[in-house]
Design a protein around this ligand. Structure first.
Ligand code: SAM
Length: 289
């Protein structure tokens, strides 16, 4: 556990989310924080300058991007140790979510500097909450690799993923990405593409992978802007499908037999795992032994 004896004298870093397209989405806490800190570390200072201009805020800006994050982190750490208060912002949405800042936050936590989140928009949550796909469990995959082979390699382990999968994609790779998805998940998997979230031309396109591909092929003028892709998870094997369950049960029994576990113990364990009666399981273990 990290703790500091004189935390009071140390500065704090506020991680501040900013709009993903609609200026109305800046929060009151974000504005107050950006006004009151001593400096703001920004992914692109020009970009943040125009955001601050629109908010009427005049602040000291420093860049923190993927090429200078390591070195910048040490400088910011020194400033925070003298008691200064800082903010971290990215170009849009929540910093660290496919944006710089991970190294900085990790290092500050190691050093016992307080890091305070100021929540706001993020494209992943914005897209999910209106897509109509299951949201009880999901996996965020960020951007897929640019090269087709690497993209397929990244997608293959997800072929049987049962959770909703969320991806970010740029317009010039959208069609290639959909093509790879069709290869790995088939034509019939349900897909929702959210485009230009919170902006004037916001759009949700949903259907099977094949239908979504057809839509964007016919409407190539819509292949522009920013995209979040959400893919339905694979169907969970239903418990009523007795055949699948029995096959899985056999597999479990075989694994346990290989471990040389006693028949009685295996039956008890399988009964507990599957909720089935012990006697027929006992018989099956004897058959497979
Ligand atoms: N930090 C950001 C967040 O919290 O969502 C993400 C930054 S990432 C570099 C940029 C990608 O996020 C875009 O290529 C797009 O996939 C997605 N994105 C950002 N804003 C979006 C929007 N308004 N509509 C759809 N997707 C968006």
């Amino acid at each position: 556990m990290s703790h500091h004896t004189d935390r009071q004298a140390l500065g704090k870093l506020y991680v501040v989310a900013t709009p993903i397209g609609n200026m109305g989405d800046i929060t009151r806490r974000a504005i107050e924080t950006l006004e009151n800190v001593d400096w703001i570390a920004a992914e692109d200072t020009r970009h943040t300058k125009s955001l601050l201009g629109a908010l009427g805020i005049n602040q000291k800006l420093m860049s923190l991007h993927e090429h200078n994050e390591l070195q910048r982190t040490e400088q910011l750490l020194d400033k925070l140790k003298t008691g200064e208060q800082g903010a971290l912002v990215s170009d849009a949405g929540t910093p660290l979510i496919n944006d710089p800042g991970y190294h900085l936050v990790k290092r500050l936590r190691e050093e016992g500097i307080e890091v305070i989140p100021i929540p706001g928009p993020s494209a992943v949550i914005t897209a999910l909450c209106a897509a109509g796909l299951p949201t009880d469990r999901f996996t965020y995959e960020g951007f897929l690799p640019a090269k087709p082979n690497k993209r397929l390699l990244a997608l293959e382990p997800l072929a049987n993923e049962v959770r909703t999968m969320v991806f970010y994609e740029s317009p010039h790779r959208l069609m290639a990405c959909l093509d790879s998805m069709q290869t790995v998940f088939g034509c019939e998997r349900e897909l929702v593409v959210a485009r230009e979230l919170t902006k004037k031309f916001e759009q949700f396109v949903s259907g099977t992978v094949q239908e979504v591909v057809a839509y964007f092929t016919e409407n190539s003028d819509k292949v522009r802007g920013e995209f979040v892709l959400m893919l339905a998870g694979a169907e969970v094997k239903s418990a009523e499908s007795g055949e699948a369950t029995l096959l899985e049960q056999d597999k479990m029994i075989e694994v346990m037999l290989k471990q040389n576990l006693p028949v009685k113990q295996i039956s008890e364990m399988i009964a507990e795992l599957t909720g089935e009666k012990k006697k027929p399981i006992y018989q099956r273990v004897l058959e497979l032994k």
